[in-house]
Write a protein of this length. Structure first.
Length: 247
């Protein structure tokens, strides 16, 4: 399944099945169609995806629908990654820096952004800014450092470094909002459904359950699931009631 998550609510807006013997890339445009069917329009939305979707066709598709894209660049796009690394980062002032503590670790995230002045400035369509984020993490006396490069199709006046910092963190939080819940709370990796449409159906039901609980204001999905087990009539009422309008 390829899913689109509303990071402000933690709810999956739409999902499409990835064809057998394929991957996520051909499913990208159908997912946009599904999101558009739910929301009515994609105009003005910002999409954040992982590096697999750093594809020229995806960037053009997003722009054609009036939306924007913030995407990391890794080894699957070596030419673009080389261009981003070669930008004059030492001459760029720090745009935003955050420090966090928790779970026995200290983390510092530093953001720099450069406006791409010429259309051919870097080899990725619709890119308005190049972004570098350095994450330094200290755990148990050991320090690690990771550098991530992004492009974003929003200009600087609409996407300041503080915004870029927040959006990048939302993309990282997808792991906790969806994958961790499905793997740990619902034990997805241990499930025996392996063939046919079974895995896709079960994944859809798990995403629906997570969305239902978050719509009700629950942040602890494990606790909400236990409560739902004790009160099945609440769920029956929710799925059988009719409403004049839907959101």
């Amino acid at each position: 399944m390829l899913s689109a998550l509303d990071t402000s609510t933690g709810i999956v807006l739409a999902q499409v099945t990835i064809a057998a013997k394929s991957n996520e890339i051909p499913a990208f445009a159908p997912l946009l169609d599904a999101i558009e069917a739910v929301l009515g329009s994609l105009t003005g939305l910002l999409f954040i995806a992982d590096a697999l979707h750093t594809q020229t066709a995806h960037a053009n598709e997003i722009a054609a629908r009036g939306a924007y894209l913030m995407i990391p660049t890794k080894g699957n796009q070596p030419t673009l990654l080389k261009q981003l690394k070669a930008l004059p980062w030492p001459d760029v002032p720090i745009g935003d820096r955050r420090r966090d503590r928790g779970h026995g670790r200290r983390e510092t995230r530093t953001v720099k952004a450069i406006t791409v002045h010429t259309p051919g400035g870097i080899g990725f369509p619709h890119a308005q800014q190049a972004v570098r984020i350095i994450r330094t993490r200290t755990t148990g006396g050991k320090t690690s450092r990771e550098t991530a490069y992004y492009t974003v199709s929003l200009p600087a006046e609409q996407a300041q470094p503080a915004d870029l910092q927040d959006w990048a963190r939302r993309e990282w939080h997808i792991e906790n909002l969806i994958h961790h819940v499905r793997d740990v709370t619902f034990r997805e990796n241990l499930h025996q459904a392996r063939t046919g449409t079974g895995p896709a159906v079960i994944a859809t039901l798990r995403n629906t359950a997570i969305g239902y609980h978050r719509t009700n204001g629950d942040t602890n999905i494990a606790r909400a699931t236990r409560r739902a087990d004790r009160r099945p009539h609440d769920l029956i009422t929710a799925v059988t009631s009719s409403y004049p309008t839907t959101q």
